[in-house]
Ligand binder design. Structure first.
Ligand code: 6GU
Length: 283
């Protein structure tokens, strides 16, 4: 898989050389190329921004350097990998922006099947709109995704690229040590979809007077799986109740329903889904 990142702060992407992603890169499984946007400026000051039309605070990134950079990167022939591997076909453009659609685990899974992602993290108030409109219409571009990593505003898209690149890269076959490790990730499609993972423990069996839940020492796999699922329900109802409310109750077995009932949850007549307990109203 190939990642290109175009940025005015190439050094911000140095963490892509560390840990899991760095190792996948060193093995040649990931071809990551970081480009300095200012390479595609032509004035003495390497200007990448200008004042916004219509007025207002802040600066907007000029379209010309982005257009030249993206044309050069996605040009046929630029695709051949460093070790002469077959060129990945169509690039998918990822435009990080707080006004984008939410980046989710489902999207990470989908994007991990693409051969080639091009990220365009911006600084200032963002990139001139015409750049996104232009590449959405390019036949050689597979898709353009404007994506946000959460409901807060960063100073630039680089940290969001680090987040998305890691979430995607760890899903590639062989990048995680254990192929089963992402099967029960929180948010992963499957049996634990809509549930957060519960607590985990390791040795020693006693630490500062604190022990391990008995069931984990029982060797009884069925009981352990059930306990983990119960703990997942406790944690999810507490931290992310909307995940339970959005789930199809068909996904919940008899025991799940019993746990939810114990936590005060009930199926709503109106929605057919589980709804959180209504707090007791003080007289
Ligand atoms: Cl992708 N960029 C910026 N600048 N802020 C964000 C974001 C992205 N996602 C959430 N906040």
């Amino acid at each position: 898989m190939r990642f290109d990142v175009v940025t005015i702060f190439p050094e911000y992407l140095e963490p892509l050389s560390v840990s899991l992603v760095g190792k996948a890169r060193a093995r040649g499984q990931l071809d990551i190329r970081v480009h300095d946007l200012r390479r595609w400026t032509h004035d003495r000051h390497h200007t990448v921004d200008d004042t916004p039309y219509g007025g207002g605070p802040g600066m907007v990134m000029k379209p010309e350097p982005w257009g030249e950079a993206l044309d050069a990167i996605i040009a046929p022939g630029s695709a051949a990998t460093a070790d002469g591997e077959a060129a990945p076909e169509q690039p998918t453009l990822i435009v990080p922006t707080p006004s984008g659609r939410p980046f989710t685990q489902a999207l990470a899974v989908e994007l991990s099947t693409r051969p080639w992602l091009v990220f365009t993290p911006a600084r200032y108030e963002g990139i001139d709109r015409r750049v996104i409109d232009e590449y959405r219409e390019r036949p050689e571009v597979h898709e353009v995704h404007e994506l946000s990593i959460g409901d807060y505003v960063l100073a630039g898209g680089e940290a969001a690229v680090l987040v998305m690149a890691e979430a995607i890269a760890r899903l590639l076959p062989g990048v995680l040590g254990n192929a089963a490790s992402h099967q029960d990730d929180s948010f992963a499609p499957g049996e634990m979809a809509h549930l957060l993972e519960g607590p985990v423990y390791t040795k020693p069996p006693q630490w500062r007077g604190r022990g391990i839940p008995e069931v984990l020492l029982s060797g009884h796999h069925g009981r352990i799986a059930r306990w983990r699922r119960d703990e997942a329900f406790r944690r999810t109802t507490r931290n992310r109740p909307e995940l339970i409310e959005q789930a199809d109750p068909e996904e919940f077995d008899q025991h799940d329903r019993k746990i939810l009932a114990e936590l005060g949850w009930d199926v709503s007549e109106a929605t057919g889904r589980f709804g959180r307990p209504t707090p007791d109203v003080e007289e």
